[in-house]
Design a protein around this ligand. Structure first.
Ligand SMILES: NC(=O)C1=CN([C@@H]2O[C@H](COP(=O)(O)OP(=O)(O)OC[C@H]3O[C@@H](n4cnc5c(N)ncnc54)[C@H](O)[C@@H]3O)[C@@H](O)[C@H]2O)C=CC1
Ligand SMILES: O=C(CO)COP(=O)(O)O
Length: 317
């Protein structure tokens, strides 16, 4: 039987998932917290976050918390804990945000401790998913029965889902790639060249893999869609918000100037210091994450950051 799906959070990602699943014939409700914006979306059948993409006729948009068999949570990372309190109990949750929580330094599945959940993550730009371009992602949870059920409910002819028991490794890949993408943007914005970016992506993956191992994640997750896949997309796709923020910094713009010019969430900004702090508790060295954190806090400028990365002690790969 077709499971009913509630998508919580009507930003770019939640709306793209809601459109995708509705077009695939699933009964979907998209929940937004703002009643005025909800009314505007209902009338225009469009979300300004995804300009030019029509909401399909079957998609219900509401500001009242829906009842559904499955809940997809597509709110920004820092809102995840608060939204959990507003959800009806029992229905399984699919966590779609990418980041670490400020203060606790926890990954999304580490925050949801009292009910069934899985993480959905991979190389997926919302605007491409919304228009039905082909893509793949990972649905990760150690609960094999839940994994099978969710993959069945959420895969579509254009959205291929792979299962994984490694929810921590998958969540870490999705969170950490935002930080490395900022660094890749800086490199390209500062005109440091394609060689430097390729080195950064590769060494970025190495430091993410070190932390994944320390957290009990699996090495193969790092070479999969949620690891290398999303890292590649976000470090090379110019429509990435994290990459473009880094690009602006590389070109000499200030952080506040860039953040002030956009309303969409750029997760790497909050995630970089949290990731660095989490790595420190496990004594894992993350030099690129450290460099991005110092750049964002204003402790170092672009030139000093690059000099610090290039002058580290020489070692075997
Ligand atoms: N945009 C993309 O291509 C993708 C984004 N993601 C992840 O999905 C998450 C959301 O990203 P986007 O939708 O792109 O961001 P967005 O900035 O486009 O939208 C975020 C939405 O969440 C709403 N929101 C914020 N706090 C809320 C709260 N407490 N309760 C309810 N709603 C709240 C905002 O009003 C806004 O509509 C992020 O963690 C992001 O990394 C994941 C895959 C792709
Ligand atoms: O997670 C994403 C692609 O997989 C979106 O990346 P940005 O948030 O950097 O745009």
């Amino acid at each position: 039987m077709n499971k009913s799906i509630a998508v919580i959070g009507a930003g770019a990602w939640g709306t793209a998932l809601a459109i995708l699943l509705t077009k695939a014939g699933r009964p979907v409700t998209l929940w937004a917290r703002d009643a005025q914006k909800t009314a505007a979306m209902r009338q225009s059948r469009e979300n300004p976050r995804l300009p030019g993409v029509a909401l399909p006729p079957g998609l219900r948009v509401t500001a009242e918390m829906p009842v559904a068999d499955i809940f997809l949570l597509a709110v920004p990372m820092q809102s995840l804990r608060a939204i959990l309190l507003a959800l009806p109990p029992q229905a399984p949750l699919v966590l779609c945000c990418k980041g670490l929580e400020t203060g606790t330094n926890l990954l999304p599945p580490e925050i949801v401790t009292t009910r069934s959940c899985a993480i959905l993550t991979g190389p997926n730009f919302a605007h491409e998913i919304a228009v039905g371009l082909p893509a793949a992602a990972v649905l990760a949870t150690p609960d094999a029965a839940l994994r099978t059920k969710l993959i069945k409910a959420l895969h579509t002819p254009t959205f291929r889902l792979y299962g994984s028991p490694d929810h921590i490794g998958a969540a870490l890949g999705g969170a950490a790639k935002n930080v490395i993408a900022i660094a890749a943007g800086v490199v390209m914005g500062a005109g440091l060249g394609e060689n430097a970016r390729a080195a950064l992506i590769t060494r970025g993956l190495a430091e993410i893999a070190r932390l994944a191992a320390a957290l009990g994640g699996k090495a193969e997750t790092m070479s999969g869609l949620s690891g290398l896949g999303d890292l590649l997309l976000t470090c090379t796709g110019t429509s990435s918000r994290n990459y473009s923020l880094g690009f602006g910094l590389g070109q000499g713009q200030g952080l506040q100037e860039i953040l002030g010019s956009r309303s969409a969430v750029t997760e790497g900004v909050m995630t970089a210091p949290a990731l660095l702090a989490r790595a420190a508790t496990l004594k894992v060295d993350m030099p690129i994450t450290q460099a991005v954190t110092k750049l964002l806090s204003g402790e170092m400028n672009v030139r000093e950051t690059m000099a610090a990365l290039m002058s580290r002690a020489l070692k075997d790969e």
